[in-house]
Structures are given as C-alpha cells and as structure tokens.
Design a protein around this ligand. Sequence first.
Ligand code: AMP
Ligand code: MG
Length: 492
Amino acid sequence: MCYSLVQPTPVRDAQLLAWNAALAQQLGFDALAPEVSCLQVLVGNAVAPGMRPYAARYGGHQFGNWAGQLGDGRAITLGELRLPDGSVRELQLKGAGQTPYSRFADGRAVLRSSLREYLCSEAMHALGVPTTRALSLLGTGEGVVRDMFYDGRPESEPGAIVCRVAPSFVRFGNFEIHAALQEHDPLRRLLEWVIRHHFPQFAPGAADVADSRRYADWFREVCERTAVMVAHWMRVGFVHGVMNTDNMSVLGLTIDYGPYGWLEGYEPGWTPNTTDASGRRYCYGNQPQIALWNLARLASALMPLVEDKAALQDGLEHYRATFAAQHQRLFAAKLGLPSLDRPEDEALLADLLRLLQVAETDMTLFFRALGNLDGRAAVALASYSPDALDAQQAAQWDAWFARYAQRAAEEGEAPEVRRERMNAHNPIYVPRNYLAQQAIDAATQGDLDPLHALLRVLERPYTEQAGCEAFAAKRPEWARHKPGCSALSCSS
Ligand code: AMP
Ligand code: MG
C-alpha cells in the first residue's frame, strides 16, 4: 500500500551528460569515470544485484485542493546505499519510464527539465540550502513529446534521466494518501518506518521521549526542518514554484525541481510558474505561509495517530517561531549584523525590501555589493531601472543607508568582520534562470561546455572566481520575458 515494485524501462542509448564526481566519491563509486555497466543502471537499462526498484505511492494537495492519489509517475527508486558512516542514501531515477502511478503520462523527462534539476539541486547544496542531490545526468537517445507552452503545438524533445540522491524521498503526500483513504494501519507503519530509519531520536524507548509524544514530537521536528529550509530559500531568492504537498519532503529537503526560479529584481509577488501566474499562490513572498499550510495538511493526516491534537497545533506554532527566528538571523547576516533584534530593526529590514522592490533591484547583486560599495553605488549596480529613481526615491535610499550605517556602527565591529559575515551569506553566483536556459540551449545542440562551466562556478557560490564575471552579471534585457528565462510551464 506504500509502494509498487516496478522495473525501469530500457532506453535506446546511454549518453553521459554530467557526472557528480564529488558525490560519487562520498557514495563509494569509482568517482572519476563511471563504468559502462554503471551508466546502464543509471539510465534504467540494467538493474544491479541487490536492487529492488519501486515507485512510491502518495497523494497530495495541489494548488490548495486535494488531488487524490498521485505517486511516483516517473520516478523509480533503485535501492539504498549504506555509507561508511552508517547513514543511508536512496538512489532514484527520474524519467525512467512508466509506473503504476503514471496515470496518462509517459513516465519520461525531457533534457531541459532534467538538466535544470541537476543544476539547481547541486547549486542549492553548495549554497548551504537543505536539498536532495544529483549524481548523474544521462541522455536517453530517445525523443519525448511535450507541448511546452500548452498551446497545442507538441514537439519531440531529447529525453534525459537524472539520478537523484537523498536519505529518503518520503513526502507529506505519502502520509496524506493513507489518511484520506482511512488506511490507518499503513499510515502508522509508514510513520514508524520513517522514524526508525530517519529519526531514531523518536524511536520507541528513545531517551527523553514519552511514548505518547513520539508522533507529535516527530511532527514538530518536521516543522522545524521545514522552517529552516524555507528561511534559506528566502535568503538566496529561490522560488520553488510548485509547493504542492506531494513536493514537500518530511526530511526538510528541497525536492522536485520543476518550474522553479531565482529572483532577479526583488519582487515578492514573482512566480516563475506560468500555471500559477493568475493566482500567484507559490510566489516568493508566499512561500513561508504556504509551507505552514502544507504542514497543517500533514498534521491533519497524522490526526488518527495522535491522541493529543493540541500537540500538533504546537508543532505548527513551532514552525512560525522557528521561521521567524531563522529568517531574522539569516537576514541579519545578509546585512552583516550579528542580529536584528532591536525594536527598530524590523522597520530597517522592511524598508530596505520595499526600496529594493521599487527600484527593481537584483537581490543577489545588491546584497553582495552592499558589503563592498557605497550605498547608492550598490543600487546603481544592481537596479534594472536605475534611471527611473526619482529625487524622492533617491532621498529615501540615502536615508536608509544612513540608518544602516548608524546601526552597523553601533555594533562596534570592524568593517572586515561585517563584510565576512555578509560574504558568507550573500552568494555571488546563483543559477539564474537565463544562465540555465543558455546551458540547456547549448546542451540541446550537443555542446556541454556551458553546462559544465556553470556547474563549476556554482560549486563555490560565495567565492569570487577569476574570469567568471559573466555568471555574476545582471540578467540581460533580452532574457526578461523569454520563455525558460522568466516563465516556465509545468511541462517537463
Ligand atoms: P510534479 O508536478 O512534477 O511534482 O508531478 C505531479 C505528479 O505528476 C506526480 O505524481 C508525478 O509523478 C506525475 N508526473 C509528472 N510528469 C509525469 C510523466 N511524464 N509521466 C508520469 N507521471 C508524471
Ligand atoms: Mg512532484
């Protein structure tokens, strides 16, 4: 009731497009050159001894509505590896063919979406954001038909498969499906399995946890991890784009990279997902609230197992408090301050974010520049419409910089200390939407160099790298409305 055994569907060809040597080494693979037999497994043409592939069953709330059973329609878990430190990593192919949960879809994934998943999950890891990882990206040598703009013009695109890696891919939706269908025994067994394997601190008899509290305490931990994850999303300007409950990990990892995007001009209402353009449910500024809503759906799913319903409510409160504290801590660091806990600090940050929005200021460039440049120079460097600043706005900026300088001076820290703190929290390089699209366009033509150059620079996102200026530039104007660079559909 929790999963179905299923074999990957073989493909015509296995063409290695990207290989994560560092992760491979951690997993105990021959890091530099995967053998042919390994590639055959990673593209779904073979199953290694000991693997027992399966697709997981889950449901989910999509765009606020219960969508019923979904499940891994194109993701197939090959198995788990136990690492020398005793921890476990699940290897999962995305796009490896149909499963019992594919419904009417083909079980495949196109190169552009698989490349985006590989690129962004590794960028997030290097940025210090909790995430699933990517081990390999393989072309399948087969075409996959997609109607990219949902406008009745389907085309054949190259297919590709990512091998994703995480301790587990269990989602809120894995619990929701059992609760919705009143499958209480599988619901309990799934939770016990997740606890035993991934949250041993809440296992039966674990020190400090009363048996009656184990489930509620586990839920509280999920709330905490989710809060930390979303606070990091806000810090780096990441917009997930499809925060349905089937895309929320109980481990607090960013999962399912689809029509995600990165803020360029700071705009809380921005969503990269064209399907979400009218409602903007999943826009940047809504993400903290939506995560809470999703956690409330998980709490509902746990209701049959938990006597003390108020304890679940406490978990949600814990989310609010943790998110607020983390957000404050991370944005203090972005400003180079040890904390933002003075009465006037809330307005200091809120006023800055409002000014950034008015001046259509690149979030990444601005915060990085703030540590090194005079106030107005940072705005000029990062704004997409610097000439549009009128005299009143310029005066508001000057007033804000004066307050900020005063606030920083009151800490009595050396400027280098402040700058170091800022540089550790304000990346120079993020996988800007148009950079990803350029890598996709080249890879589609058979040129993988742009992808590999981008992956290389994103390995050290906080470190200025010689010759990499183009990766830290403002988005060019041509990319403002270009598909793939500013707006993405769910077609993948
Ligand atoms: P997503 O919006 O990508 O998280 O997917 C939502 C649901 O649709 C999940 O159950 C996916 O497994 C399923 N799905 C998406 N694309 C495909 C596909 N090409 N083939 C089969 N199932 C798919
Ligand atoms: Mg999904």
